[in-house]
Design a protein around this ligand. Structure first.
Ligand code: 8X3
Length: 253
């Protein structure tokens, strides 16, 4: 196996799945992580057949540090040298005032969006440093630029992704490794359905009267950063829908 290996967390839906398709279409081999075993297996078979690439799946919840360590240390030798880590798994839950929201939701967002991203970085980057090759691409958000109503904790987690990305870039400045923080705006995925606890009507209102981004639009930017020449480090990219100015200002028809 000579192609590069990309590890994508949260790979079965949204931006993660779009990245899996985009990288597969360019001949990269994939390590796909998600919690849903059936969806993972379906995606593996589909991508392997369609693009004639090698795909390895790792079914675990990124919040489970023990499972993550075991999964990564169990990688077959042909998948052990990860070239690109795409820290994509993340979510928003609820749209409540900071002093009224659900405590467990706060834990889930912080554990997934910050702690798990940090721990996977901690587990995978040392081998990249050792090999003198690697790229860490974190999926941040416009939400990390400024708080918006009801988004306090989610926004805080994405602000943390920015700072963790910046800090890692500092720590790797004397190496050939690159760190990228991609900050999407409104992307129509199951993001809002998850945020509103499965309420599809409420979720669809988020994208009403505006043409939102698609997961594929973000995957294109991720791929651009990953395929840039070795001396080019795309540090941070904010990707908004055309009728969106920031996390709060959205023009709807
Ligand atoms: C998703 C973008 O603005 O819906 O991270 O929070 S937003």
């Amino acid at each position: 196996m000579s192609s590069k290996i990309v590890f994508i967390t949260g790979a079965t839906s949204g931006i993660g799945a779009a990245c899996a398709h985009t990288f597969a279409s360019h001949g990269y081999n994939l390590i796909l992580n998600a919690r849903k075993a059936v969806a993972l297996e379906e995606l593996r078979l589909h991508l392997q057949t369609k693009y004639n690439i090698a795909v390895h799946t790792l079914c675990f919840d990124v919040r489970n540090r023990k499972a993550a360590k075991e999964a990564i240390s169990s990688l077959p030798s042909e998948f052990a040298s990860i070239d690109i880590l795409i820290n994509n798994a993340g979510l928003a839950l609820g749209i409540d005032k900071e002093y009224e929201g659900n405590e467990e939701d706060y834990d889930t967002m912080i554990d997934t969006n910050i702690t798990a991203l940090l721990m996977l970085t901690r587990m995978i980057v040392p081998q990249m440093v050792q090999r003198g090759r690697g790229h860490i691409i974190n999926i941040g958000s416009v939400a990390g630029d400024a708080a918006y109503p009801g988004g306090s904790v989610y926004c805080a987690t994405k602000a943390a992704v920015k700072i963790l990305s910046d800090g890692l870039r500092i720590d790797l400045v004397d190496t050939p490794l690159r760190v990228t923080n991609i900050k999407p705006g409104l992307v129509e995925t199951n993001f809002s359905i998850t945020r509103f606890g499965g309420d599809t009507t409420r979720a669809s209102k988020v994208y009403e009267g505006i043409q939102p981004l698609r997961g594929e639009d973000i995957a294109d930017v991720v791929y651009y950063a990953a395929s840039a020449p070795a001396h080019v480090q795309i540090a941070e990219v904010l990707v908004l829908a055309t009728n969106q100015a920031n996390g709060s200002i959205i023009h709807r028809q």
